[in-house]
Write a protein that binds this ligand. Structure first.
Ligand SMILES: Nc1ncnc2c1ncn2[C@@H]1O[C@H](COP(=O)(O)OP(=O)(O)OP(=O)(O)O)[C@@H](O)[C@H]1O
Length: 465
């Protein structure tokens, strides 16, 4: 098979996983899909006999194995028409920890049955559940995470004092988990005897369920209440889990009373959390709440260069810029793109260049090329309302022109990644407040006016193709 065939096979393999993920997106609640399935990267054997899913950490791996592996295997087999072996591996230590899924893996276990994270005989290594690779040294700093990072460093340097609890929130794959591990690792570096625990909120839920079933609440309390530093990830998962919330509340109060530190992460700020008791929400917000934003261009470039270096490869700056300009959503996707480029370079024994990156990422780039541009929106809206495209940039203000222009601005905000000032610029250098006004006005009217709503639907469908 030529290298080209290999890559066609690789693309087809990615297609198989993509089809499977799309099906899961239909079946699962959005939050579950986004949390567990969307971040997974897949490696598919050329003959499709085996699919390896790379998972960010040990806990997620166990959870995916318990909850979703059965369904994923069944879907892959349905899609491919022959048995497919599913394998889960840790993304960062892929060669060390692998776990094979039997084709008939059970589905949807209760959290209590999800399995212990720590394998027997490895308690020492798992007691803190910290990943030693996730440190401040490997976390690139930028405007997007500067505040969160410096607050976290402060906590690691003198826990129990300022910023307790520290509440870090932000979207998927922006480095929240990395940051909390960094706090734990730094504290342990300074004080090897500190009692530190990193735990994902789902695992905490599972611990509560277990101790409830086994009536071992005293052990549970002794374990959690004795910590010096509790790092708890994704607390939005406490939603609707009353018993867990109560236990967390108790642990929280006990830890704060003895000046232990608590660092939490979530996908939203405390008041944005749904179905979590008010008394917990107000406590979450009682220390310091900081956001992590999506990384800006220069930060994405720095992350790519650093990650490539840590993999033993050099990524020229121009290539890093090319990739960073095209992969904007989050760091996890950036890492995925980097992995593809490095694999492609190794496989073809070619230096990393823009041309090579373009080839390695062609699927991703072709999706982006299909993305809707503001120019396209202006043309489509102008055609629809029978005005001239030039009126989109003109200063003319009659309602017959101003309204389609506002509609085009609204669609530009809805359907592209452009910021308000960028959109204003593309509409004849208008101010961002003009765009904001249009976006709000059309958005609100859309709720009230059926006819407008229908027109917008037609326009959206036409644009999406
Ligand atoms: N600033 C950064 N510098 C270096 N690596 C980063 C940075 N931010 C994120 N990463 C890396 O990106 C990946 C995703 O980050 P992480 O898992 O911490 O995201 P998260 O915000 O916890 O996402 P989720 O909500 O999906 O759990 C990790 O491999 C992490 O090491």
């Amino acid at each position: 098979m030529s290298s080209h065939d290999d890559f066609d096979a690789a693309n087809a393999g990615q297609g198989l996983w993509q089809a499977c993920a799309e099906q899961l997106a239909q079946e699962l609640p959005e939050q579950q899909f986004n949390t567990w399935i969307k971040p997974l990267a897949a490696q598919v054997a050329p003959d499709f006999s085996r699919v390896t899913l790379l998972v960010a950490n040990r806990f997620k791996l166990d959870w995916i194995r318990a909850q979703y592996a059965g369904r994923i295997t069944a879907l892959l087999q349905d899609l491919y028409g022959q048995p497919v072996q599913l394998e889960l591996a840790l993304a960062q230590r892929e060669s060390v920890v692998r776990t094979y899924i039997r084709p008939a893996a059970p589905q949807a276990l209760e959290p209590a049955d999800a399995g212990q994270v720590a394998p027997a005989g490895d308690e020492g290594a798992f007691r803190t559940r910290l990943n030693p690779a996730l440190t401040f040294e490997t976390l690139v700093e930028g405007t997007a995470n500067r505040m969160a990072r410096s607050a976290a460093m402060h906590v690691a340097g003198s826990p129990g004092h300022l910023y307790n609890p520290l509440f870090i929130y932000g979207g998927v794959g922006l480095g929240k988990t990395h940051l909390v591990h960094a706090v734990g690792n730094r504290l342990l570096q300074d004080r090897a005897d500190a009692k530190v625990l990193y735990i994902h909120a789902e695992q905490f839920v599972s611990d509560v369920v277990k101790s409830y079933q086994r009536r071992t609440f005293d052990d549970f309390k002794a374990r959690y209440h004795s910590l010096d530093l509790l790092l708890i990830d994704d607390v939005q998962f406490f939603a609707n889990k009353d018993r867990t919330q109560e236990e967390f509340f108790n642990a929280f109060e006990a830890l704060l009373a003895k000046k232990s530190h608590i660092v939490m992460t979530s996908d939203t700020y405390p008041k944005g959390l749904a179905n979590i008791h008010e008394r917990l929400v107000s406590r979450f917000d009682s220390g310091l709440t900081v956001a992590i934003e999506p990384p800006e261009l220069e930060m994405r470039v720095a992350i790519l260069i650093n990650k490539a270096r840590s993999e033993g490869s050099e990524m020229p700056e121009e290539v890093a810029f090319f990739v960073a300009k095209n992969v904007r959503s989050n760091v996890r996707e950036l890492e995925g793109a980097l992995r593809k480029i490095l694999a492609y370079s190794r496989f073809n024994q070619k230096e990393v260049s823009i041309q090579l990156a373009r080839e390695a990422l062609r699927d991703l780039l072709s999706i982006q090329n299909r993305q809707i541009s503001v120019e396209n929106i202006q043309k489509t809206v102008a055609d629809y309302y029978k005005i001239k495209v030039a009126d989109m940039y003109s200063k003319k203000r009659p309602a017959s022109i101003a309204r389609p222009r506002q509609i085009a601005m609204y669609l530009a905000k809805e359907l592209t990644q452009k910021s308000l000032p960028e959109i204003g610029e593309l509409f004849g250098g208008r101010d961002h407040t003009t765009v904001l006004h249009a976006v709000r006005k059309i958005g609100a009217e859309r709720q009230q006016l059926t006819e407008l709503n229908q027109q917008l639907h037609v326009l959206e469908q036409t644009l999406k193709g």
